[in-house]
Write a protein that binds this ligand. Sequence first.
Ligand SMILES: [Zn+2]
Length: 276
Amino acid sequence: MPELPEVETVKRGLQPVWEGRRFTRVTCYRPDLRKPFPLGMAQTLTGRMVERLERRAKYLLVRLSGNLVLIIHLGMSGRMTIAEHDNGAVGTHDHVVFVTDAGVRVTFTDPRRFGLMDICDGDGLDSHPLLAGLGPEPVGDGFNASVLAQALAGRAAPIKAALLDQKTVAGLGNIYVCESLFRAGIHPERAAGSLSKVSIGKLTQAIQTVLAEAIEAGGSTLRDHQRPDGELGYFQHSFAVYDKEGKRCPHSRCKGTVIRMVQSGRSTFFCPTCQK
Ligand SMILES: [Zn+2]
């Protein structure tokens, strides 16, 4: 599933082909994904200039001429593929095609169709239902240890659940929460409100570093290994604990084993020796 670093990578990959370009053709090959597309979406987008691409949490925001914003969520399996030319071929799971005035085609493919697209007025973006309740960006200026401490204060929920709550911090998913808690040495079941100031400091640092490294890995993928099929956003990760059940803890001085448990229906991977 695409997490924040993948969405950031997709954004950076699309920037050179979309920013400053006009959509000359937009075609939707079905009326909906997770939700129906806005009525007349293709017509609304056709002819508009892409002014800027941004990311908020796991949403791609395409700022368009006429003060409109196209909001894109990749869902569980959404991806964007860039082709230098529009050869007209459309696969079973290709749902939206964007062609620019440079002739470059971007295809949105989503086999599971949990993705989403919506269009909103630029002035109403912050109050859009998808974005209104989001907490600060973990890699932005608005996030630091005191902001996190404030968000966790008095909460009895496990820290894992508190971090997945998008009001605490925006865009963190299961993978990076597991990795951040491991790096900070915090047990995923600890009550969020019970963390010391020192632990919260370590956790803040861990979240920022883990995400920055993943974004950097995505960036290197774009630079060094541009896939021949032009597909954006998925790259080889190296995780410390995520999906490493039964493997030895990566800390050299630890003899523990990574274990998996289920919290609120989702897998948590951690080292019970290192994480207290
Ligand atoms: Zn360990």
